[in-house]
Design a protein around this ligand. Structure first.
Ligand code: G6Q
Length: 550
């Protein structure tokens, strides 16, 4: 990066001063001063309506944020990503999830290889396999068709598949059952397969590295379960496929590499749901709709590349996040999809955003002297309204919210949908404008409760609306957030594509496992707390299961 450190960029300093001034404003005033505000601060593109007018911003804010993007060379970095440069500096890798959704006629040569051709070669293999499973042509070991698909993976190899399956369940082939096993807690696996017939069950072992302990442990248990049920080692061939970058480890596990669907080290785990990691999605909705989802991703990629900053959806979403985080000081973002099918989207976005931008050093390794990635969390509406929204409305922490809703329901039933969507509009309205003492008095509220019922308002939100939830829409939405995360990461000058904090977890437990499993006395050399916890665990375990506990 050739631009000066973030806090020395002119726009940063201007935004800091401007942020102080804006903290004294109220959305009530901003809307009062400009009756066209709600229309002016919105963008409509690719079938998405993005209303950002209920942020604490003015035209000046937007101008300064765009200036910050330019001074941070966001557009140059974006173009470098699309050209396959090694933006993931700490791992010296290209960052090319955008190649996963380029159309087959495109070409992108990176490190001497046309990656688009590679992507489509694998997509074609996935399509053939998916069609075989969906039509029943693929037979299990006992010649029965596959009816159950169990994806075993964790993190990026789980959250995308499970989120996409749930999101697109409406479009799924309903005579197939899908399960997703991620946790190394055996309960996850045991409960997932307890009602499944092994003869009709396919396991997809999804692991980029094929070295993740949780996934390999679950995969080994799946293998034992299958062989126990079918009484033949050879059954593995027809009931296990792998999705990985590591053919040697797939073969070592005992899965024929002919049944492996490949992806590449330039696809980050949390950016992989449209690669072969999406095999379960493709089996569920079929290749044609999977390609529609890819077209949605691609449409947002094109929009991101071709649209000026202040009309550009991911740029705006990302810049507003920076504004809220760094200049207004809000530490968290709530993502509230008002669509039951999107109930795993907050968990998915939590990984995408927090694993990408939860960083404390710049690309050159200096400790940052500003805040980076906020805490993302959420639940589908209207459920959240009956629980934590209390804090969002009246708590002392301001939580900017992204509301996501659709004009048409995939399950139109009576007036459910209008009730659902009226809540989106009403919540965003209440957060922004609140309710004053005068208004409450005017409504005849009981004086004793008056102070308790006041809503200060001035709490920002975005509203994202679309016609209906479709595979294309899901692609658009995920790409919107991916690129928004990218914009934020470039401004903060962090490596949004590594995850050393996650790697740490993978190493730490490995040292303790033998201490928990050993039957002989072990000498513990940890800190006193860890030693005591392990000793307690070992002593109780040696005493066996206590009948009083259940
Ligand atoms: C994602 C992370 C992490 C990863 C899992 C699973 O960006 O790197 O969530 O996806 O740890 O890794 P494997 O796919 O290698 O099993």
């Amino acid at each position: 990066m050739t631009s000066p450190p973030l806090t020395q960029r002119p726009a940063w300093n201007a935004l800091t001063a401007h942020g102080r001034a804006m903290k004294a404003c109220h959305l009530r005033e901003l809307f009062g001063e400009d009756p066209t505000r709600g229309l002016r601060f919105h963008v409509e593109a690719e079938g998405l309506y993005f209303d950002y007018s209920k942020n604490l911003i003015t035209d000046e804010t937007l101008g300064l944020l765009a200036q910050l993007a330019r001074e941070s060379e966001v557009e140059q970095r974006r173009d470098a990503m699309f050209a396959g440069q090694h933006l993931n500096e700490s791992e010296n890798r290209a960052v090319l999830h955008v190649a996963l959704r380029m159309p087959s006629y495109a070409s992108l040569v990176v490190d001497g290889v046309d990656v688009v051709a590679e992507v489509h070669r694998v997509l074609e293999r996935m399509a053939t396999f998916s069609d075989q499973i969906r039509s029943g042509a693929w037979r299990g070991h006992t010649n029965r068709p596959i009816r159950n698909v169990v994806n075993i993976g964790i993190g990026g190899s789980d959250l995308g598949p499970v989120m996409a399956y749930e999101a697109l369940r409406h479009y799924a082939q309903r005579d197939l059952t899908f399960r997703f096993v991620s946790n190394v807690d055996a309960t996850d696996f045991v409960e997932a397969v307890r009602d499944l017939d092994a003869q009709e069950t396919l396991f997809i072992i999804s692991s980029k590295t094929f070295g993740t302990l949780e996934t390999l442990t679950n995969a080994a248990s799946a293998r034992r379960w299958l062989i126990d049920q079918l009484g033949d080692e050879a059954a593995v061939a027809k009931h296990f496929v792998a999705v990985s970058t590591n053919a040697a480890k797939v073969a070592a596990f005992g899965i024929d590499v002919a049944n492996m669907f490949e992806f590449w080290d330039w696809v980050g785990g949390r950016y992989s749901m449209e690669s072969a990691i999406g095999l379960s999605t493709m089996i569920a909705i079929g290749p044609a709709l999977f390609f529609e989802m890819l077209a949605g991703f691609y449409a947002m990629d094109e929009h991101f590349v071709r649209t000026p900053i202040t009309e550009n959806l991911p740029m705006l979403l990302g810049l507003l996040a920076v504004w809220n985080r760094n200049f207004l000081g809000f530490p968290t973002v709530g993502v509230m999809p008002y669509d039951q099918y999107l109930h795993r989207l907050p968990a998915y976005l939590q990984q995408l955003t927090m694993e990408s931008n939860g960083k404390h050093v710049t690309l050159s390794g200096d400790r940052v002297n500003y805040e980076t990635g906020p805490i993302y969390w959420g639940e589908p509406g209207t459920n959240g309204q009956h629980s934590f929204y209390q804090l969002i409305h009246q708590g002392t922490t301001v939580v900017p919210v992204d509301f996501i809703g659709f004009v048409n329901s995939l399950n139109p039933l009576g007036d459910h949908h209008d009730i659902l969507m009226s809540n989106v509009f009403a919540q965003a309205q209440a957060l922004a404008f609140g309710k004053t003492e005068e208004e409450l008095r005017h409504e005849g509220a009981d004086e004793r409760a008056l102070k308790h019922r006041v809503m200060e308002g001035n709490r920002p939100s975005n509203v994202i609306l679309a016609n209906e939830l479709s595979p294309r829409l899901l692609g658009l939405l995920v790409a919107l957030y991916e690129h928004s995360v990218f914009v934020q990461g470039v401004i903060w000058d962090v490596d949004s594509f590594d995850q050393w904090g996650v790697e740490l977890g993978k190493q730490l437990a490995a040292g303790i496992i033998p201490e928990l499993t050993a039957t002989d006395p072990v000498e513990l050399a940890h800190d006193s707390s860890t030693n005591a916890l392990i000793s307690y665990y070992r002593s109780l375990k040696q005493n066996g299961r206590n009948d009083d506990d259940h």
